[in-house]
Design a binder for this molecule. Structure first.
Ligand code: ZN
Length: 227
């Protein structure tokens, strides 16, 4: 049985600053990983004032994906910060097509999806659209008879996000222990995780923030599971 994992994310650094430890564990256990990014992240922070931030961020994403060990990487070309309902429907269709093509003619496979929390993780609407598209594609593909096992949605625990945050957009407090379905401990992968995070040089502010807020817990990933 070949496990095939599709990660659907909105921005080029979502996996690196999110569930990268779990992705590394999966690839090292023999899982075939395919990564999708919806946008080039061109409206993210731009400390070097690059005129073509999106292109640079996609290069960073490809370097990070190579270190993770992705079998394939796909950029869907949406505009960072603009995703909405119509995009959700179109992204779902395109993602379903990618999954269907990838597994065509293959038997004895097990298909799993990964994205960020349906609450947007940081509240970002792009993340919500990515997560909802992963879930919608998952259930539609299952209805079509594909061997879909589960969707894992990376989330943040209450210990990291203790309270409601209104600084950026509406951001809910982190999940309680009862709301978390699975915890993956990849703390032993710390050096690899840092190296992957460092590929996102333009987002080094988020690197510093992640290292500071997660500290010794870097590599602990938390998931809500849909199945
Ligand atoms: Zn993001």
């Amino acid at each position: 049985m070949q496990k095939i994992l599709f990660g659907l994310f909105a921005h080029p650094d979502d996996e690196a600053f999110g569930p990268v430890a779990t992705l590394l564990n999966e690839v090292r256990a023999g899982t075939e990983l395919h990564l999708v990014v919806l946008t080039g992240g061109e409206n993210g922070t731009n400390p070097d004032n690059l005129p073509n931030l999106g292109e640079t961020r996609l290069q960073e994403w490809r370097a990070a994906g190579a270190l993770i060990g992705a079998a394939s990487m796909h950029h869907f070309g949406y505009v960072d910060g603009t995703l909405g309902n119509k995009d959700h429907v179109a992204i779902t269709d395109r993602f379903m097509e990618l999954v269907t093509q990838t597994v065509a003619g293959r038997s004895d496979v097990d298909i799993e999806f990964m994205s960020l929390d349906l609450n947007g993780y940081t509240g970002h609407i792009d993340h919500i659209v990515a997560a909802r598209s992963a879930c919608l594609a998952f259930y539609r593909l299952r209805e079509q008879g594909l061997p879909m096992s589960r969707v894992r949605l990376a989330t943040l625990p209450r210990s990291i996000i203790p309270a409601l945050n209104t600084g950026f957009v509406y951001m809910e407090p982190g999940k309680t222990a009862e709301q978390i379905d699975e915890t993956v401990d990849g703390r032993d992968l710390k050096d690899d995780i840092l190296e992957i995070m460092r590929q996102h040089r333009t987002q080094r502010g988020d690197y510093d923030y992640t290292v500071k807020t997660q500290g010794e817990n870097l590599g602990l990933n938390y998931f809500v599971i849909k199945n």
